[in-house]
Design a protein around this ligand. Structure first.
Ligand code: GLV
Ligand code: GLV
Length: 339
């Protein structure tokens, strides 16, 4: 049988695709921007496998129109809200993601944002570069660039999965009280190990000095943080988001920030990506903005590609892919191409 064809929607770091090429005919989209939907659809129809990013919309139409050929979608991300998984399962299409390897990188970025917003790092950098510090005529002033000290404060983690837990572990170094909310409570031993206390969402919002979001985007988490939730937060509290932009109602957040209902926000993800430069968030001083770089280290992005390769290769060998998102698909169709 001819080798199966995989269409990869962007270039990936490392040599993972070389290994994939031992089993597949690999076609890589070389442009920096995502393939337009119609082009993706066309490629999907003549592919046995796809490697996708969160910027690729894999809806039911695309999955249906690429039947019976398309068998596996290997997502280069931990989140997969861009894929209609239910539809994929129905059609016997395997969906895989890249969990685990990006946990530390994302937790590190979360901490970078927590410290950046509370200690006003980006604002301070602007202060130096713009010459304002120089023009102030003093090298040091007791009231210059005062921020908020996180040591000993309360960290509120919403979504205590792998990433939330890694963020909580780091908080121990700052001697923080850790409270968390998740739709499922952690086992007691894990709570003890993390030193984390389970509370309801309202209590978390009222008590936390730093609220940090680590939920996937689902129907339940869409706009989970809106006007009401923001109004429960302390006026001195900060909101951090490295999960998905749509978990926050951005208009409500902009309003809360403008009206100083909360002290600030640090955001790596947005409802609209890329964020337009004239977006109201860019006009505010009490926010730090980064361009969805939670997993963006050489080490992690390379390991994510390795996992994509492992999934594709396992599938080609007729084995269950190691990080399968929709295990129910095993009942619909066994893994492999020659069936
Ligand atoms: C990135 O946002 C991911 O889900 O991996
Ligand atoms: C210390 O050097 C300060 O400017 O806050």
């Amino acid at each position: 049988m001819a080798r199966p064809r995989v269409f990869v929607t962007r270039e990936l770091p490392g040599d993972a695709l070389k290994r994939v090429a031992e089993y597949y005919e690999v076609e890589v989209w070389k442009e920096y921007t995502a393939p337009p939907y119609e082009r993706l659809l066309e490629e999907a129809k003549r592919s046995d496998a796809l490697v996708t990013l969160l910027t690729d919309r894999i809806d039911c139409r695309l999955i249906e129109e690429s039947q019976p050929r398309l068998r596996i979608i290997s997502q280069y991300a931990v989140g997969y809200d861009n894929i209609d998984v239910e539809c994929a399962t129905k059609h016997g299409v395997y969906v895989t993601n890249t969990p685990g390897v990006l946990t530390d990188a994302t937790a590190d970025l979360t901490w970078a944002l927590i410290l950046a917003i509370t200690r006003r790092i980006v604002e301070a950098d602007r202060y130096v570069r713009s010459g304002e510090w120089y023009r102030s005529g003093t090298g040091w002033h007791p009231m210059m660039m005062l921020g908020f000290e996180v040591t000993g404060k309360t960290l509120g983690v919403i979504g205590m999965g792998r990433i939330g837990r890694a963020v909580a572990r780091r908080a121990k170094g700052f001697n923080m009280r850790i409270i968390y909310y998740d739709k499922r409570r952690l086992p007691k031993e894990l709570e003890e190990e993390l030193g984390a206390e389970y509370v309801d969402l309202e209590t978390l919002l009222r008590e936390a000095d730093i609220v940090t979001l680590h939920t996937p985007l689902t129907k339940e988490t869409y706009h989970m943080i809106g006007e009401r939730e923001l109004s429960l937060m302390k006026p001195t509290a900060y909101l951090i988001n490295t999960s998905r932009g749509k978990v926050i109602d951005t208009d409500a957040l902009v309003k809360a920030l403008k009206e100083k209902k909360i002290a600030g926000a640090a955001l790596d993800v947005f409802e609209e990506e890329p964020l337009p430069p004239d977006h109201p968030l860019t006009k505010l001083d009490n926010v730090v903005l980064t361009p969805h770089i939670g997993s963006a280290t050489w080490q992690t992005r390379t390991r994510m590609a390795d996992i994509v390769a492992e999934n594709l290769i396992a599938f080609a060998k007729g084995e269950k892919p190691p990080t399968l998102v929709n295990p129910e698909v095993l009942n619909v169709r066994p893994p492999g191409f020659n069936l």
